[in-house]
Ligand binder design. Sequence first.
Ligand SMILES: *Cc1c(COP(=O)(O)O)cnc(C)c1O
Length: 493
Amino acid sequence: MKYNSTRDSGKSVTAAEAIAEGISPDGGLYIPESIPRFTEAELEALVELDYIGRAKAVLSRYLTDYTEEELDKCVRAAYTGSFESDCPAPLSRLRDGEYMLELWHGPTCAFKDLALQLLPRLLTVAVKKTGGGRTVILVATSGDTGKAALEGFSDVEGTEIIVFYPSDGVSDMQKLQMQTQRGENVEVCGIIGNFDDAQTGVKKIFTDKEFGERLAAKGMCFSSANSINWGRLVPQIVYYVSLYCELKRDGADLSSGFNVVVPTGNFGNILAAYYAKQMGVPIARLICASNENNVLTDFINTGVYDKNRPFHTTTSPSMDILVSSNLERLVYLLSGASDKINSELQSELSRKGSYRVSEQVLEALKADFSADWCSDEEASDTIKEYFSRYGYLMDTHTAVAAGVYKKYVERTGDTRTSVTVSTASPYKFTSAVLAALGVDCDGDGFEQAKRLEALTGTTAPQALMSLEGAELRFDGVRAAEEMKQVIAERLGL
Ligand SMILES: *Cc1c(COP(=O)(O)O)cnc(C)c1O
């Protein structure tokens, strides 16, 4: 399997090259030249396997230049011991036909762990294969990616990791998770600005030739742990394949397929669901759920992507995004894998902040995707409603998706089996969750967590509670314009 760039179909690299580089030098994203498909029999066979077996079956279709032995080693190391149980992506049934896919049982309590426990291992193999030097991972984070990447890369040989987060755009617990990160090869820096400022800064640095040369002179090269890296996306396809297997095992009604509802920011998670569908998993509708930063809702409903709008800081910060990087991969695919059409749209986006896709692309989009959004208040009501109705406690991001699902069913009457993707532990966002349950929430994150435990009878993850009293290693905040300088200082350039 070869990989093209979404801005240059003529460019053709191996999976290892795509993962080692992270982003194509032309500014495009690497994308597999075709989508492999499981036959029905192959899919059924996966039902009998454990998560590791399913992961190997999916990865081996995409990472064809990795040996079976290499994949086996990477996958086993990623998913053994670091998650709360043998299945890193367990299914929880709320009632017949309505499920939650829980993706937050890893070391940092958000779904990013599913990919970021594996990516460093895939990357280390990739760098060996491609003969690269010391790899510097640059991350822009809206909160969860940063910590998950830090955990994944901490003290991984041959790597340095530098994380930038919007200083006022993450929850207290998220900030504390990053500021207390252990490891000799890690750097964390808050910036004044929002996530898009951080992401734009990182993208600029990636394509800065002069800076790249300074780095190369020291025997180092950049790569990315954001979902622009294919090595981040491919592990996410696995849990949708595994989801199908778990639904089968639970005896769910799949006679007309099943819907998935995904709380969406950078469009990585839901794009993985789209790939799983193309691979043969019987997903019916892909329901894209946004918070008040509803640029994707408008795009999917009208075909116009327009980031020229106010940026809202919401109670679901990991979805406070106006430029969804991975949408570029979908736009490219739906435009008939046309690098020309996609490049024009992306250059319009950077020039004017908006673009419109053709009627044909819009139709293709609507054939698979539905979209809606929830305000903070609606999400909050949803937390309360699901807790009182099902005894199910969810975080603010998941609540956006559950709220959108409710509206979707009211609007369409589509009541087939549905799975809402649960992307973070409620204990990462205690103040908003407590407020939703109508409880006074003074005190720090730990006091709030204890309060939430007492109130709901659920247990806070040890990974979060153990941060209490941990040493603050990184509390610096810099201007967004200084990101390059931060990197230069850290690496001695
Ligand atoms: C990252 C994140 C999202 C958004 O996922 P994308 O792949 O960026 O669309 C949603 N919820 C949580 C908790 C997250 O950390």
